[in-house]
Write a protein that binds this ligand. Structure first.
Ligand SMILES: Nc1nc2c(ncn2[C@@H]2O[C@H](COP(=O)(O)OP(=O)(O)OP(=O)(O)O)[C@@H](O)[C@H]2O)c(=O)[nH]1
Ligand SMILES: [Mg+2]
Length: 1125
């Protein structure tokens, strides 16, 4: 190790641009390059057109950095001398190659051939460097493999560019020679180098017509732009020229691959690697795991549109990120895998997109799988696609129905028809992101209508219908007559032929012939796989179809003018910003920005925001709007940027409608709303509803200084990731709460990246809830007497009687649905009459369920009694245990009901009763976990009883300690009352979807049983032929389940999990075998099989509460059965 470092030093001192200085993969290092690169760009006219190529060179520099940086950190231990020598020698080769490439990039006359040669040489030496590490330990193979592969991709792209240059030079020479021979007298100058843009195949220059109000048309051209042009265009944008788009989908349906294709359209990455590079997955763990973990944005210029594209994660642990992406965007691209179809997240995200009132484009992705994997015929594929679109439309209808529940039918119809997905409307695209193609019906109408001399309108109307072609025109009822539909004949048949030829039979010559027939420029790729992608990219470029669909959707100006969309940001009636935001006017006096999230990008701390009104210029002062504070603090915006995925591009200003970022000096909470005027009302954007559940405690091995650093890093983490909760417990424990296992791993990685490598993380802990259930064995008389708990505070002459009663699931569910009302009620900010509806519904549900609850106090209670109890609700539960109710059933205490906001006088110690109730509900009797579904009924409460002297009694009531005593008395009384009922644990459950082939089914079930999962459904998926098993599994049992499943089934089964609900565990944690048979079966204690007891004890142990567990009950000496010979 030491020797390696020395070698590094010796080799680098002589370099002008020192390798050792270029440490991290952040921009700061590459900034060192920027003067050279801009110098290069300025002095080379043609380079302007290929800045994308230069960026490949820069990317390779960066990767080589990351590699060497990481290698330097690997402890080599007792390495054998030959290996050490090998590593040192290859290290010494990297440095000069690195410098060569650096110089090539910085040279005044960039030659792409030279850069390609340098990149190849650097890549090869990097290979040489990492190979010994591969031999050392296979784990390095994975970590370096991805980086080397990425380097190779860049290298291949440059190789192709060189081919293009050579082709261009030779054709320029040929033309020149021809011209020379024909027009001898005119030839005076030598042949010049042809600009690279001229040799791009013409089809790459996507031209998209855009209709204006006045009927004129502009065209969207893909432009290869250098950074400076993008930033200057960005600064001059009007809201009409902007489209804010986010890509949403279930996990792995192809969002990032689709984003790749759109990025490649602007030349930022090579088209050849689009769909494979996953450019937006900039984190290392995203690349290695193959899933997106955060949403990231990039601005793409398709003349004259600026598309601000946000790629969001599909994994359920990161759904919070999608929520913010939808707030930022006006258009959602919903990607659905044609094979997997509608999955749980698809439905959830569709609902969220509809609720956010954004335009939705449906992209049916992985089209190639229908041919290659499922081997469907054209007719089967057509039926499959139609069914899938119908299914998605029925989801849409259901969502709208739920959302317009009380509204009129006409509105439902109008909303549904505007949301209806229909390929003929242009809001459905068919795509294969991995092969870079997509099409809408329009593409094929353009192709076929002139050839067949059919009216375009007519063809489009019948393209996706049950109609067929005849020489005399289009006829209906194709299916009934056994004919091929228009879609099958004109779309699927040619595509099937091309796919079979390119992906199954792999015939390059035949593919080239197809290209000729379709007048596609000659294919350059020599390998069939590349040739197929090239063919499809030229035939049906994804960018053309996607940008055309995006261009048809609303601009920020149009969306803000719609009341429904605007109401996502501000409430219509009384918000001061309503009028200002309506116009989305860049020239408006008031500047308002919505900050979606803070992030680290390019080594800088930035806030990602959408400008809702006015213009943001460097130097603008904005107030941080905080409704909880009277005095607004302010922030000066200094460094504005355009977000470019992994990088940032500086700009001077950004106008209303745009998504941009600005730098923060330090990560500090700046809220969601920034405004140029000091307001007190924030934008009323709802935060994501998902509460994180998986908790770990984090420790550092270091001294108090290290602990302080850890605290700081955790605070930063909570700011960067709003799905994370961080808190410090009274005992000094630092707790981190995340949405799930994958999210937890991401957070730990983040902490490591912040320099917290010396930390230990506890086993994940999952919260439980506690509840009581009715006891059907108990008679009503017993309930009345024995379940009543009395408490006396003799010193003060206070006595009260209370009882606990169980609330059924229906009521808990109802309370959950009306969470916001409970919150506002507790905060006392509820408006008069706001919960009229809530109260009546609550009473209705209570009357329907409670009187039927056998074995409980509620049994056969009259409607009148229930109604008076609901009227006299004292309080709902505290934040941690919201779904519990405190009832006032004291005849002589007519306190003002919770429903009426009143300042009238409460009885002394009224608040102490609520505080005692809150404490009892926050820490249940089983293991101090919060209670749920409990009612506490206070039946009697007397103050000053039994004290003869009223004056002395009054004086005692002034004792400052009385308040505390009363709280703890109520808390204890509640606990005693709860213990008079059967107590149960409630566990958080995951819903798992497991896909498995038939051979692995047995193993899947055994893993499920081991994890105490309950299978709810098992079926075969007709499309994929795989078994699909749905099961509920306690989250506490779910850690590393996916990994175990994969290992046990040798990869034949895979699982997806998401939070589903809270479920009562039927088992009684205190159950003991009583009958002889039970004792015989389970032993005297019977605790080995009691799952509830095991959960309870594990929580108790974690919290330091004593358990009844005995380590060894009756020890017996173990005999060694092995006999010594
Ligand atoms: N056959 C086929 N595979 C595809 C296609 N598009 C994407 N894939 C593959 O699907 C997998 C997931 O692709 P991603 O683009 O990472 O999916 P994603 O939706 O971004 O995934 P998350 O961000 O993790 O939710 C990758 O292995 C891709 O290669 C396609 O059109 N056809
Ligand atoms: Mg992704």
């Amino acid at each position: 190790m030491c020797r390696r470092k020395c070698e590094y030093k010796r080799l680098t001192v002589s370099q002008s641009l020192r390798f050792s200085k270029l440490r991290h993969d952040q921009l700061e290092d590459v900034i060192q390059l920027s003067p050279y690169i801009s110098q290069t760009l300025n002095s080379n006219q043609w380079v302007q057109e290929v800045s994308g190529l230069l960026q490949h060179g820069v990317a390779v520099l960066k990767i080589s950095h990351i590699i060497t940086d990481r290698l330097a950190k690997i402890p080599l231990g007792q390495l054998n001398p030959q290996m050490n020598d090998l590593i040192c020698r290859s290290t010494s080769m990297v440095v000069p190659r690195f410098d060569d490439l650096l110089r090539a990039l910085a040279a005044p006359n960039v030659d792409i051939r030279l850069i390609e040669a340098r990149v190849t040489s650097l890549t090869t030496t990097c290979w040489a460097l990492v190979s010994p590490f591969y031999l050392l330990n296979p784990k390095y193979k994975e970590s370096f493999g991805a980086l080397i592969a990425e380097m190779e991709l860049h290298q291949q792209f440059l190789q192709r560019a060189v081919q293009q240059v050579e082709f261009a030079t030779s054709s320029a020479n040929i033309t020149a020679t021809n011209e020379e021979s024909n027009t001898e007298l005119l030839t005076s100058s030598p042949p010049t180098k042809k600009p690279i843009n001229e040799i791009k195949p013409p089809i790459n220059q996507v031209v998209l017509p855009k209709n204006h109000d006045d009927g004129s048309k502009t065209e969207h051209k893909m432009a290869y732009l250098v950074d400076s042009s993008v930033s200057s265009i960005f600064e001059q944008l009007t809201p009409k020229e902007v489209r804010n788009v986010c890509i949403i989908a279930h996990v792995d349906h192809g969002k990032t691959s689709l984003a790749d294709c759109l990025i490649s359209g602007t030349g930022l990455i090579s088209a050849r690697f689009s769909g494979k590079l996953r450019f937006m997955d900039s984190r290392e763990d995203e690349q290695t795991r193959g899933i997106t973990m955060k949403s990231s944005a990039i601005s793409l210029y398709y003349n004259p549109l600026m598309i601000n594209l946000i790629d969001s994660p599909g994994h359920v642990d990161f759904s919070c990120e999608v929520h913010y992406a939808l707030n930022l965007a006006d258009i959602a691209i919903l990607v659905v895998d044609l094979v997997e179809g509608v999955c749980s997240q698809t439905e959830t995200l569709l609902r969220e997109a509809i609720y956010s009132h954004v335009d939705i484009i449906l992209v049916l992705n992985k089209f190639d799988r229908l041919v290659v994997e499922l081997k469907m015929t054209e007719a089967e594929a057509f039926r499959h696609i139609r069914r899938l679109i119908e299914l998605i439309n029925s989801c849409v209808a259901q969502i709208i129905q739920g959302y317009l529940l009380e509204e009129d039918w006409q509105k439902f119809e109008a909303t549904e028809s505007s949301r209806h997905f229909d390929p003929t409307k242009g809001n459905v695209l068919f795509a294969s992101a991995i092969h870079g193609y997509a099409f809408s019906l329009e593409d094929f109408v353009e192709l076929w209508a002139p050839k067949m001399s059919i009216d375009k309108e007519l063809l489009l109307r019948n393209f996706f219908a049950d109609a067929y072609l005849t020489p005399n025109g289009i006829k209906p009822d194709a299916e009934a007559k056994g004919k091929r539909t228009v879609f099958e004949q004109l779309v699927l048949q040619p595509l099937w032929e091309v796919h079979k030829c390119g992906l199954i039979e792999k015939q390059l010559d035949k593919l080239k012939e197809f290209a000729k027939k379709l007048s596609i420029p000659p294919l350059k790729s020599r390998r069939i796989d590349d040739a197929f992608d090239e063919f499809m990219r030229l035939f049906l470029p994804l960018t053309r179809a996607a940008v055309r669909a995006i261009a048809k959707c609303k601009s920020p100006k149009e969306t803000c003018a719609e009341d429904e969309r605007l109401s996502i940001f501000v409430s219509p009636n009384n918000h001061r910003l309503w009028k200002a935001l309506r116009f989305c006017d860049p020239e408006a006096e008031i500047c308002v920005a919505y900050v979606a999230k803070l992030l680290l990008c390019d080594g800088k701390k930035v806030a990602m925001c959408r400008i809702l009104s006015g213009r943001l210029v460097n130097g603008t002062l904005l107030y941080i709007v905080d409704s909880n504070q009277d005095q607004s603090s302010s922030i000066t915006i200094n460094n504005l940027y355009v977000l470019m995925g992994r990088e940032l591009l500086p700009i001077k200003s950004a106008s209303a409608g745009s998504i941009c970022a600005f730098e923060l000096d330090d990560l500090a909470s700046i809220g969601t709303t920034l405004c140029s005027q000091p307001l007190t009302e924030t934008l009323n954007l709802k935060s994501s509803l998902i509460e994180p559940l998986v908790r770990v405690s984090i420790r550092t091995e270091g001294d108090p200084e290290e602990w302080e650093k850890l605290r700081k890093s955790l605070r930063q983490l909570a700011m960067l990731d709003s799905a994370v909760r961080v808190f410090e417990l009274e005992n000094g424990e630092l707790a981190l709460v995340t949405s799930g296992e994958v999210h937890l791993q991401k957070c730990i990685q983040d902490l490591n990246d912040m320099g917290q490598t010396n930390i230990s993380v506890s086993e994940p802990m999952v919260p439980f809830l506690e509840t009581i259930i009715p006891d059907s064995q108990c008679s009503y008389a017993k309930i009345l007497t024995e379940q009543l708990t009395e408490c006396n505070l003799k010193n003060y002459g206070i006595s009260f009687k209370l009882r606990s009663i169980s609330l059924p699931d229906e009521i808990v569910k109802f309370l959950q649905q009306n969470d916001h009302i409970l919150k506002r009620t507790r905060e006392g900010i509820i408006e008069q009459g706001e919960h009229e509806e809530f109260r009546t519904s609550l009473l209705k549900i209570c009357c329907e369920t409670l009187p039927k609850l056998k074995g409980s106090w509620w049994y056969r209670k009259s409607e009148q009694e229930l109604s008076s109890l609901i009227e006299r609700i004292w309080s709902f539960g505290p934040f941690r245990a919201k779904y519990n109710i405190l009832f006032n059933a004291i005849p002589d205490y007519d306190r003002p009901s919770i429903w009426r906001h009143s300042n009238s006088k409460l009885r002394q110690l009224d608040r102490a009763v609520i505080a005692g109730f809150d404490l009892a509900m926050s820490q249940g009797p089983l293991c101090d976990e919060p209670m749920q579904g409990v009612g506490i009924l206070v039946e009697q409460w007397q103050i000053g009883e039994g004290l003869d002297d009223p004056e002395a009694a009054a004086q005692r009531l002034q004792d400052p300690q009385i308040y505390g005593q009363m709280i703890s008395a109520v808390k204890q009384a509640c606990k005693v009352a709860l213990k008079k009922h059967p107590l149960r644990l409630v566990a958080a459950m995951h819903k798992c979807k497991i896909q498995s082939n038939s051979q692995a089914l047995g193993k899947v079930h055994s893993v499920l049983a081991q994890r105490h999962a309950k299978v709810i459904n098992e079926d075969t998926n007709e499309t994929t032929g795989l078994f699909e098993i749905f099961a509920y599994m306690p989250i506490v049992e779910s850690f590393s389940f996916c990994e175990q499943l994969r290992k046990r089934t040798s990869g034949m089964a895979s699982a997806q999990m998401e939070f589903s609900h809270w479920q009562l565990i039927e088992e009684d944690p205190f159950w003991k075998p009583t009958t002889e048979e039970e004792i015989e079966e389970y032993g005297e204690k019977g605790d080995s099989i009691n799952q509830a007891l095991m959960y309870m004890n594990s929580v108790r142990k974690r919290k330091g509460i004593p358990t009844d567990e005995v380590i060894v009950v009756s020890a017996e000496k173990q005999r060694n059965l092995k006999r010594n010979k």
